[in-house]
Design a protein around this ligand. Structure first.
Ligand code: FMN
Length: 196
């Protein structure tokens, strides 16, 4: 089946993601996030997509992590998701902005309590002496928040990739794969097909 071109790439992404929820054995929201330092040294890692709408693609993380430092110095990113069961790939590129405080609070409140404690305990991307040090910090924050809700740490929030380009790739026989790229212009999205 060839990629169906529609006027709305976000709707197309949501439709593909809904299909992937039916077919993928693991979490279909896992995606590679590529960032770069101010002088252009790239790095990539997996994150989970927690929201996608006309505003962009949202994920959450520790604001003192390597990715967050890179996004602060160079607020552009690329995302790549591969749904093996559907033989489909989507690539997203765009500017990055921090999510609103209310959005971060709202999402943090939905996380399991132990994940909330984990967010407090982890100094993500910084050196760790050994697992005992991390376990000690988990114990400390478990005691600190033993009653009531766990508040969101100020150093934990989200970013939104606001897409300029979204490419939909679908496997076709004989490696003659189908590629459709959406480019955001002044008057909305334009599309083009690319050779595989
Ligand atoms: C499937 C998967 C999903 C992940 N999701 C997240 C996530 O949503 N947020 C996050 O901060 N790290 C997530 N991680 C961990 C990151 O890949 C990475 O190890 C961590 O964020 C530190 O990256 P950094 O040092 O480049 O900032 C995930 C890892 C995997 C394998």
């Amino acid at each position: 089946m060839a990629v169906t071109i529609s006027a709305d790439p976000i709707g197309l992404f949501q439709a593909w993601l809904a299909e992937a929820h039916e077919t993928e054995p693991a979490d279909p929201t896992a995606m590679a996030l590529a960032t770069a330092t101010a002088d252009g040294v790239p790095s990539a890692r997996m994150v989970l997509l927690k929201g996608v709408d006309d505003q962009g693609f949202t994920f959450f993380t520790n604001l003192n992590s390597r990715k967050s430092h890179e996004l602060t110095a160079n607020p552009r990113a690329a995302l790549c998701v591969h749904w093996k069961s559907l033989k489909r790939q989507v690539r997203v590129e765009g500017a990055v902005e921090p999510v609103e405080v209310a959005e971060a609070d709202e999402y943090f409140a939905t996380r399991p309590r132990l994940s909330q404690i984990g967010a407090w305990a982890s100094k993500q991307s910084r050196p760790l002496e050994g697992r005992f040090e991390l376990e000690g910090r988990v114990a400390r924050y478990t005691a600190r928040f033993h009653v009531g809700d766990v508040p969101r740490p100020e150093f934990w929030s989200g970013f939104r990739v606001v897409p300029d380009h979204i490419e939909f790739w679908e496997d076709q026989p004989f490696r003659l794969h189908d590629r459709v790229v959406y480019h955001r212009g002044e008057d909305g999205w334009t599309t083009e097909r690319l050779y595989p």
